[in-house]
Design a protein around this ligand. Structure first.
Ligand code: HEM
Length: 399
C-alpha cells in the first residue's frame, strides 16, 4: 500500500500568480491526464468521479469545516460557533436526526409549490431591464432573484432580500480558503448579524405561525422529537447562507454559457421543455461548487493508496462531471448518464437541490424566449474558484 504523501503527484496550486478562473479548466484537464490525484497547498485533490463519490459517501470521512478554520486561527468566536452547529459539519446520529426532521420540507413537490413565486420574481426583475436591451445581469437578476425567492420560501420580508444576499455571500466565504485568510472580520460580522436576524424571525413566527418554511421547521417533528431553538436558528442561517450565493452564481454562469452558445439558447427559447436538461448541463459543465472537501476520520485505503487519518481531501466536481463522452462540450441536448457531483453525494447531499433546480429552470425558461441574440457586452468578471465560484460582473445585451 502506498502512502499518499509518498506518491509522485502533479501539483494544483491556486495560490500561484498565473492561476485564474479563466484557465482553471485547462489546468485541471492537464493534471487529470497525469493522475487521478493531485497535490495542493492544503489538500489532496481527487480528480476522478467514482473516487470522488467514494470519499463523499464514506462513513470514515467528515466535512473538515472545523479543521480548515483552525488552520486559519479560527478557534473561538462567532464563526467557530457557527461552524460547530452547521449541519454540514455534523456527523453520524446528530446529522441523521436533523435530516430526518427536515427532509420532508425539501422534496421536489415542496419545491414545486414555490414555482409561481419564482416566476413572479423573475418577471418583476425582468420588467425593470427589458426596455434597455442590456444590463449587468448580476445586480439586475442573478443576485436579487434567489434572495427574494428564499426570503419568501422561509417567510422573511422581501425588503430584506438585499441584506440576505450580502450576508449569504460573506458567510459562504467560510468555504473559501483565500477569504478565511484575508476577510475574517467581515465573515464574523456577517455570521453575528445573520444569527441575530434569524433569531428575531423565529421569535416572530413562534408568536404568529404562517404558511412558510420557518413555521414548518418550528413544527417539524419525527417520533416525538423536535428541533431545538438552537438547531432551528442554525438551520435557517444555513439555508439562507447556502441557498442564495450558490443559485445566484449558477444562474450567472448559465447566462454566460448560453451567451457563448447562441444556437442552444435559441433552441431553449423554442422548446421550453428542454429547461430541465439545460439546467443539468449548466450544473455539470460549470459547477459553482467545483470542489468540496472531506477529512479522513480513520486511515482509508483506496485504489492502492493509504490516506492516513487527518488527511484533507478536495473532491473535484468540475473534473468528475466532465468524465463523460464529449464532456468538455457544453450541449443541452446530449444524453448524459453521469451522477453530477455539483450537489455533493451521500449523507450531506445538498438539502436545497430541488429548490435550486426549480429556480434555475424557471429563470432560464422565462429568459430564453425574451432575450434573442443574447451576447456578452464585454468580458465577465469571474470570481475565485476556491469557494463558491460566482461571477462579479456580467454585462449582457439582447435584441
Ligand atoms: C446551484 C445551487 C446549489 C449548489 C451548487 C449547492 C451545492 C451544495 C453542495 C456541494 C453541498 C454538499 C457539500 C458537501 O457535501 O461537502 C450542499 C449542501 C447543502 N446545501 Fe446546497 N447548493 C445549492 C443550493 C442550495 C439551496 C438553494 C439551499 C437551501 C435552500 C442549499 C442548502 C444546503 C444545505 C443546508 C446543505 C447541507 C446539507 C447537509 O449537510 O446535510 N443549497 N450544497
Amino acid at each position: 500500500m502506498n502512502l499518499v504523501s509518498e506518491l509522485d503527484l502533479p501539483e494544483f496550486d491556486y495560490t500561484k500568480p498565473d492561476f485564474s478562473a479563466d484557465t482553471y479548466h485547462v489546468q485541471l484537464a492537464r493534471i487529470r491526464q497525469q493522475h487521478w490525484l493531485a497535490r495542493s497547498p492544503l489538500a489532496y485533490i481527487v480528480l476522478e468521479h467514482d473516487s470522488g463519490e467514494f470519499f463523499l459517501r464514506s462513513k470514515a470521512t467528515a466535512f473538515p469545516g472545523r479543521q480548515i478554520a483552525e488552520f486559519f486561527g479560527v478557534i473561538d468566536g462567532p464563526l467557530a460557533e457557527h461552524i460547530d452547529t452547521n449541519i454540514l459539519n455534523l456527523t453520524g446520529e446528530r446529522h441523521r436526526r436533523l435530516r430526518a426532521l427536515v427532509g420532508h420540507a425539501f422534496t421536489p413537490r415542496a419545491a414545486d409549490r414555490w414555482r409561481p413565486v419564482m416566476r413572479g420574481f423573475i418577471q418583476r426583475l425582468w420588467t425593470r431591464v427589458e426596455a434597455y436591451g442590456a444590463c449587468d445581469f448580476i445586480p439586475a437578476i442573478a443576485r436579487p432573484y434567489p434572495s427574494l425567492t428564499i426570503a419568501t420560501v422561509l417567510g422573511a420580508p422581501h425588503q430584506d432580500a438585499g441584506r440576505l444576499h450580502e450576508w449569504s455571500s460573506w458567510v459562504q466565504r467560510q468555504f473559501d480558503i483565500r477569504a478565511l485568510e484575508l476577510n475574517l472580520p467581515e465573515i464574523e460580522r456577517a455570521v453575528k448579524e445573520i444569527q441575530a436576524y434569524v433569531s428575531g424571525l423565529l421569535e416572530a413566527r413562534r408568536q404568529e405561525p404562517r404558511d412558510d418554511l420557518i413555521t414548518v421547521l418550528l413544527r417539524a417533528q419525527a417520533g416525538g422529537d423536535r428541533l431545538s431553538a438552537e438547531e432551528c436558528t442554525s438551520l435557517v442561517v444555513n439555508l439562507l447562507a447556502g441557498g442564495i450565493d450558490t443559485t445566484a452564481g449558477q444562474l450567472a454562469h448559465a447566462i454566460r454559457l448560453f451567451a457563448a452558445h447562441p444556437a442552444q439558447w435559441d433552441l431553449l427559447a423554442e422548446r421550453p421543455v428542454l429547461a430541465s436538461s439545460a439546467v443539468e448541463e449548466v450544473l455539470r459543465f460549470e459547477p459553482v461548487t467545483p470542489f468540496t472537501a472531506r477529512i479522513c476520520l480513520a486511515d482509508i485505503d483506496h485504489r492502492g493508496v493509504r490516506f492516513p487519518a487527518g488527511t484533507i481531501i478536495a473532491i473535484c466536481a468540475e473534473r468528475a462531471n466532465r468524465e463523460v463522452n464529449g464532456g468538455e462540450r457544453f450541449d443541452i441536448t446530449a444524453p448524459r448518464d453521469t451522477r453530477l457531483l455539483t450537489f455533493g453525494a451521500g449523507a450531506h447531499y445538498c438539502l436545497g437541490v430541488n429548490l435550486a433546480r426549480a429556480e434555475l429552470e424557471e429563470a432560464l425558461s422565462f429568459l430564453a424566449p425574451r432575450t434573442p441574440s443574447l451576447a456578452l457586452d464585454g468580458p465577465p468578471q469571474l470570481g475565485g474558484v476556491e469557494g463558491i465560484y460566482g461571477i462579479d460582473k456580467l454585462r449582457i445585451i439582447w435584441s
